[in-house]
Design a protein around this ligand. Structure first.
Ligand code: NDP
Length: 334
């Protein structure tokens, strides 16, 4: 299975090229970038056979059936539509686009063309998040009362470009991290937020975009979700908590790209560590995507999941900017 990588990005070099190559019979054949110099150097550094600045040139390769898009956020929509029209299966980075209209067009285009379209929400691929979800779904903590997500990190210097200073490229902590946390809450609880209140801040890194956000979401079941994202917290650590009528789950250090962290269940019997599989999050995501392409099941996060996480993130931004409670309309994808 040959892949075209669109975007000579950090996430591709750090995780996704390796995740594709870890699959039997899969390799990255093309890398596409806006810069002729960079793309050649990138291809050489990562031993990718073909490099180009022309997406159409890469898409014309009939031996490549899958496309992974990890360009800056404002490019995802046009690149995904082009790949889908060329008949390719697409794994697209989050956020799918800058607006719900863009995201919905991408998912509809893939439905019409009959290709697989997925969102690279890696956290739901982790053994830790899957273990928490299984515990919640099996009734292990009774009725869920609340979820608290702690995702305030310190953005590494090499990523402090468009994310902190370019709204037109989709910068800001809300499209970058809140969108992941929306997917986490949906994944853990199996329901979609319906209303949000929020506040955002610029606390030392953002230049024209927010670098910090706190929000509270209402779920249809009545459970409350509290979510905190930031680029400016060097020592906070990450985690999530799910509190129910019969127990509480505390997962520390699990809002990351690596299979690390601890999960503890606290209930009437006391504290117990919950084991989980320590597989690579990104390899699992690619494996699930390839299975879907081969006709077995769905990708870990579908296009619809990407629409919904974006809908929550956009509602959070609107709520923070207006100071109003904002309801979420998932449109045809409810
Ligand atoms: P990068 O900033 O590393 O790359 C994004 C684009 O910036 C590249 O496609 C490239 O453009 C350009 N670029 C990269 N490095 C340089 C450089 N040194 N000089 C000039 N231009 C450069 O972004 P990330 O890899 O962090 O993020 C890419 C996408 O992936 C985003 O949509 C982000 O939200 C998502 N992401 C997802 C993660 C996940 O776990 N699911 C984690 C991290 C990011 P060109 O396309 O022209 O080559």
């Amino acid at each position: 299975m040959h892949w075209i990588f669109v975007g000579a990005s950090t996430i591709a070099s750090q995780h996704m090229i390796g995740a594709v190559r870890a699959q039997t019979g899969a390799d990255v054949s093309w890398v596409v970038s806006g810069s002729a110099d960079r793309v050649q150097r990138y291809a050489q550094a990562h031993e990718i056979a073909h490099s180009t600045t022309s997406l159409q040139e890469a898409l014309a390769d009939d031996t490549a059936s899958c496309v992974y898009i990890s360009s800056t956020n404002e490019k995802h929509h046009a690149q995904a539509i082009a790949a889908i029209e060329a008949g390719k299966h697409v794994l697209c980075e989050k956020p799918l686009g800058l607006s719900l209209d863009e995201a919905q067009e991408m998912v509809s285009a893939a439905e019409r063309r009959g290709t697989v379209f997925a969102t690279n929400h890696h956290l739901r691929c982790s053994g830790s998040h899957r273990a928490v979800r299984n515990l919640v779904a099996s009734g292990g903590i009774g009725r869920v009362l609340s979820v608290r997500i702690f995702h305030a990190v310190h953005l590494p210097e090499n990523l402090q470009g468009w994310r902190i200073n370019d709204a037109s490229a989709g910068g800001g902590v809300i499209p970058d991290i809140t969108v992941h946390d929306a997917d986490v809450a949906r994944f853990l609880l199996g329901e979609d937020p319906i209303e949000v209140v929020a506040q955002l801040a610029t606390s030392g890194m953002g230049q024209g975009v927010e670098d910090s956000c706190m929000s509270v979401w209402t779920m249809p079941s009545g459970a409350m979700v509290m979510s905190h994202e930031s680029f400016t917290h060097p020592f906070a650590g990450s985690g999530l908590e799910v509190h129910g009528t019969e127990g509480s789950i505390v997962a520390k250090g699990v809002m990351t790209q690596l299979p690390v962290g601890t999960i503890t269940l606290n209930n009437a019997d006391g504290f117990r560590n919950i084991p989980y599989s320590a597989h690579s999050l990104y390899e699992q995501g690619v494996l699930d995507f390839i299975s879907a392409v081969e006709g077995n099941g769905s990708p870990a996060a579908t296009g619809s999941d990407g629409i919904k996480s974006l809908a929550v993130a956009l509602a959070v931004r609107e709520a923070a900017q207006t100071g109003q409670k904002v309801g979420i309309d998932y449109g045809a994808f409810a």
